[in-house]
Design a protein around this ligand. Structure first.
Ligand code: 2IT
Length: 448
């Protein structure tokens, strides 16, 4: 039987040709909300879904900068302001060669529902550039950030749109972006960017918030299914900011991380990745080479597997923390064959839709990224509130808020899937719980 949402998936396909990542997330979200749409005929009449899949605004701009050799370089910058029903646009900036409108739109669309799930007043957006920070000097990164902000500053503001980091954008880049914003506007609007360094208005705990939140979420998933996280073996992918925070909280919770990966292959360390090994992720990240192989030279007893993904390593819990579409059907089959029961997404959309379906059909509990990794943006919203009240918060206060937010996201997602599907399905539940909030606010604001 044809679903109501299929009509809108077709519109998205027609309007966004050659952008499969965006179509993937539209199919995923709209697929989940069919029973909700059936129950609310007013959504159809008010064009709600047609509005939802169309960004409110998307800009693309030229970014011109000069490299260390005096060569002029040109990149393309973007900001997709997707939905402002719940608050000012909020979402990260990604600097990576793979960035193009399909990636910006998938991230911006996901961000709407993720931000809604936090329960905090933030709309959804994403931006970035096809600039590749790997191998660039510090001065080059600074000049690029200044050139990027020279256009972006017109479109953002503490009550308009508040960017943060994503792949390739962390404290250093946010600092350079902020400095240029201040120079152009003559305003110390600390609330215009989040993920700032603490000395200039950043929030204690924001750096580790995404990874910590993921582990809190995974723990709720396990407990809801009668298991404990302590003592479990875990495999992750990536070694960036999200992977690092995840590894740190896993050791604090007494779980045993035994493998992680980079674009060059994966590392197996059966002794467990704790202490200075977790800190070594930062060294790998700061090397600017984007490889994990040096870990095996540094820590005897560990082994590097070139060109391979870590999903064949047997574990109780898998947490992909690298990037989109890291786990395909063939990997989902390995994960099921390994006898795994828990899979929690850390990166944004790390799993293809068919791989998620295979995992769920085979009894694996899946925690979707938009719920599990929402702790990062939640702490960004707390950073905005810290900046507005002009009073620093302390780390313990932030951790307590983060823990509570992650529990609420888990419980609200579980409750929504019970209500509409009569079962524990966090993928469907997160989509529904996020959507219902946004839908209510959108229609309360008239047909805009
Ligand atoms: O994917 C994400 O949620 C982020 N990159 C963080 C966004 C934010 O505004 O903190």
């Amino acid at each position: 039987m044809a679903r109501i949402v299929d009509k809108y998936i077709e519109i998205a396909k027609r309007r966004n040709p050659g952008e499969p990542e965006f179509i993937q997330t539209v199919e995923e979200v709209l697929g989940s909300i069919e029973p909700v749409v059936q129950q609310h005929p007013e959504y159809e009449k008010s064009g709600l879904l047609a509005r939802l899949i169309e960004p409110e605004r998307g800009i693309s701009f030229r970014v011109t900068w000069v490299d260390d050799n005096g060569q002029v370089q040109v990149n393309r910058g973007y900001r997709y302001q997707f939905n402002s029903a719940l608050g000012p646009y909020k979402g990260g900036l990604r600097f990576a060669p793979s960035v193009y409108p399909g990636i910006m739109k998938f991230l911006g669309f996901e961000q709407i529902f993720k931000n809604a799930l936090t329960g905090l007043p933030i709309g959804g957006a994403k931006g970035g550039s096809d600039f590749d920070p790997n191998g660039k000097s510090d001065a080059e990164v600074m000049r690029f950030c200044q050139a990027f902000m020279t256009e972006l500053y017109r479109h953002i503001g503490p009550e308009i749109d508040v960017p943060a980091g994503d792949l390739g954008v962390a404290g250093r880049e946010i600092g350079y972006l902020y400095g240029q914003y201040k120079r152009l506007t003559t305003r110390f609007d600390s609330g215009v960017l989040t993920g700032k360094q603490i000395v200039m208005g950043g929030l204690p705990g924001r750096t580790e918030a995404t990874g910590y939140g993921i582990v809190f979420f995974a723990e709720h998933m396990l407990q809801a299914n009668g298991e404990e996280l302590a003592g479990k073996t875990v495999v992750i992918s990536g070694f960036g900011n999200v992977a690092w925070g995840t590894a740190d909280m896993l050791q604090k919770k007494g779980a045993k991380l035994i493998a992680f990966s980079g674009p060059d292959g994966y590392i197996l360390d059966e002794a467990g990745i704790t202490g200075e090994k977790v800190d070594y992720f930062l060294t790998l990240r700061n090397s600017g080479k984007n490889i994990c192989a040096p870990y095996a030279d540094k820590f005897p007893g560990s082994k590097f597997f070139p060109g391979e993904k870590p999903w064949g390593v047997k574990a109780d819990l898998y947490i992909p923390c690298a990037t989109q579409n890291d786990v395909h059907l063939e990997h989902a089959k390995q994960i099921v064959a390994n006898g795994c029961k828990f899979y929690c997404e850390g990166a944004n959309m790390p799993t293809t839709n068919e791989a998620v379906k295979y995992l769920q059909d085979n009894g694996v509990i899946v925690g979707p990224a938009k719920a599990a990794n929402a702790g990062g943006v939640a702490c960004s919203a707390i950073e905005m509130s810290q900046n507005a009240r002009k009073m620093p918060m302390d780390r313990e206060e932030v951790y307590a808020m983060l823990a509570k937010i992650m529990k609420n996201i888990h419980d609200n997602s579980a409750a929504a899937s019970q209500e509409f599907y009569g079962k524990y399905d966090l993928v469907a539940g997160a989509n529904i719980a996020g959507f219902l909030k946004v839908a209510e606010a959108m229609n309360a604001q008239g047909y805009v």
